[in-house]
Write a protein that binds this ligand. Structure first.
Ligand code: 3HC
Length: 315
């Protein structure tokens, strides 16, 4: 919308207004959003696998129904996000090819295995909890379609987080074996959940990342470390309520800072998993490619139906 009288991109950003698909925008703003929204969408659909792995083994019909609803929601989140990415001039088929070829990422958290039923509790409580912490500010992202997709996603995420908390709440009031299973899951998912917020803002592990520019453009509203700290501050009291001990001996309330101090994160593990050396990287992509190939007939049928529909409308 380069018409006279319509604010320029810089004016929209300066006034904290929304940039819409038809607005002029710097190529790098467009490519940053395609990268981030695509990887966000890929995370949602790959994220279906760890919990999907437990649908046939849920301990009750109620838990099975909740897990089916959650996994279905993640697919829907992927759909909203691929649609938001397409408003930037890319096609979801092209983005999926990039995912399958390892040219685009998904959140490294999904390269960890779900070994017991309690992992579904830890994922809902910690992974979806971290996702909410990251996604609420994205509701105010400067790019209109992305911020609107996030508003609906966040509503569904709070159900995801609450059902995970309730799984652990139930287990912690169960037998000693169930309590041990919940504690084991918290031990395995705590540190990878902190890594979800991305590399540190400074220090030798800080990536030559995107934060400064993304914040200047109103894509990122907080830095990686700020969101990580907010997540720790919110989650530690929840762990206390659950009766779980978080696997960090350095965790301590710092009255002066008004935050929880926590121990060093193993960024070597983060970069190793990102490079493909996680427990489930190969399995996740193989499963994804298989699902894509087996779903080709659905895409063909939908395309044929749309063509027939357009033809009848045009007639
Ligand atoms: N997993 C994989 N890659 C990661 C990562 C993670 N947890 N954190 C950072 N990276 C990558 C970045 O993609 C970037 O690599 P790239 O240039 O090849 O894209 C590099 O590490 C440097 O990181 P930066 O912090 O500089 O990159 P960003 O500015 O993109 O910030 C981010 C990273 C905070 C994850 C940001 O991209 C973001 O907010 N994305 C949207 C939210 C999202 O994708 N969440 C993923 C989880 S979705 C989910 O959990 C679903 C839930 O329903 C279960």
């Amino acid at each position: 919308r380069a018409q006279a009288g319509h604010p320029s991109f810089d004016a929209l950003i300066a006034a904290d207004l929304r940039v819409e698909p038809r607005d002029d925008m710097p190529e790098e703003y467009r490519s940053t959003l395609i990268r981030q929204i695509a990887q966000h969408a890929h995370s949602e659909i790959i994220g279906m696998q760890p919990e999907g792995n437990w649908i046939t083994r849920a301990p009750s019909l109620r838990r099975k129904a909740i897990l089916i609803a959650k996994v279905q929601d993640e697919a829907g989140h992927g759909l909203y996000l691929y649609s938001a990415a397409e408003t930037l001039g890319v096609d979801r088929a092209e983005l999926l090819d990039k995912l399958h070829e390892g040219k685009q990422k998904y959140s490294s958290i999904f390269n960890y295995p779900t070994l017991t039923w309690a992992d579904n509790g830890a994922i809902g409580w910690l992974v979806d909890g971290a996702a909410i912490m990251n996604q609420v500010p994205l509701c105010r992202c400067s790019y209109g379609p992305y911020s609107r997709a996030m508003i609906r996603v966040c509503k569904e995420e709070s159900f995801h987080q609450r059902q995970g908390f309730e799984i652990l709440w139930t287990l912690m009031r169960g037998t000693p074996e169930q309590q041990a299973m919940a504690q084991d899951a918290a031990n395995r998912w705590w540190w990878p959940s902190l890594m979800m917020f991305g590399p540190p803002d400074s220090g030798q592990d800080a990536s030559k990342g995107h934060t400064a520019q993304s914040m200047a453009w109103g894509i990122k509203r907080f830095s990686n470390d700020d969101l990580r700290q907010k997540f720790v501050d919110m989650t530690v009291p929840q762990a206390q309520r659950l009766g779980l001990t978080l696997p960090d001996p350095d965790l301590k309330w710092n009255e002066e800072r008004g935050h929880w101090d926590f121990g060093p994160i193993d960024w070597d593990e983060f970069w190793r998993v990102l490079k493909g050396d996680g427990a489930c990287n190969a399995e996740r992509i193989a499963h994804r490619r298989r699902a894509h190939d087996e779903g080709a007939w659905v895409r063909e049928a939908a395309t044929a139906y749309a063509a027939k529909h357009d033809a009848s409308r045009a007639a």
